[in-house]
Design a protein around this ligand. Structure first.
Ligand SMILES: [Zn+2]
Ligand SMILES: [Zn+2]
Length: 213
């Protein structure tokens, strides 16, 4: 079976998972889709059309910033305050990713992670402005966490990694929700019903916005 990049397929409007692979919004460079394996409803991914392993080169772009702010604001309006995170890989097949080599930003309606959770993880996060990520991380792998991306889209905490770290934020959110390891594993629990619910809830929000512009 051909192992085609799923996000490249979605960018060309090919849907492997039905409504869960629906583009909620697109500006021609980036698109937003519900996340397979969502631990909470409203979990949305922002994905560049271009296949790349991380968003480090995108964070300084005003187009990216505008698209992220738009999506994060709408997810917050529908579901409440949102965090965002990226696991910035630096090569195809890195364990720092989450099963896809195509870069994406997770937008998650969840307010249960605070700075102390990051500090007590044993990984050192540095506060910075989003525009500085590319320069600070260089060619290293990294984790990026936005504590309140809808209200403060430039405020980010970044950890530079010496070794790959798998599923850091997903495991942290699952732990806070009291989920078992099996429930957190999206291969075992893809939760397509949750992603579909996100699509059904957000599609009218985005369509209404498009009509108004
Ligand atoms: Zn791709
Ligand atoms: Zn991911």
């Amino acid at each position: 079976m051909e192992n085609r990049c799923r996000f490249c397929a979605v960018s060309e409007n090919q849907q492997s998972f039905g409504v869960a692979d629906t583009k909620l919004a697109s500006d021609g460079r980036y698109f937003a889709i519900p996340s397979i394996g969502s631990l909470v409803e409203g979990w949305t991914l922002i994905v560049p059309n271009e296949h790349c392993v991380s968003l480090r080169a995108h964070y300084g772009s005003s187009n990216f910033g505008a698209f992220v702010s738009d999506i994060a604001g709408k997810v917050r309006d529908a579901y409440g305050s949102v965090i965002a995170f990226e696991h910035g890989a630096n090569h195809e097949g890195s364990a720092t990713g989450c099963g896809t080599d195509h870069a994406h930003l997770h937008i998650v309606p969840f307010d249960g992670i605070d700075v102390e959770d990051l500090d007590s993880s044993g990984i050192v996060f540095h506060m910075m402005n989003v525009a500085d990520i590319a320069q600070v991380v260089g060619s290293s792998e990294y984790l990026a966490f936005f504590p309140d991306i809808a209200a403060n889209p430039t405020h980010v905490r970044v950890a530079i990694l010496d070794a790959s770290v798998s599923q850091f934020f997903r495991r942290l959110i699952g732990y806070k929700l009291g989920l078992s390891a099996e429930e957190m594993d999206y291969h075992k629990s893809p939760r397509l019903d949750v992603a579909s619910a996100t699509a059904m809830a957000l599609m009218p929000v985005f369509e209404t916005a498009a009509e108004n512009e």
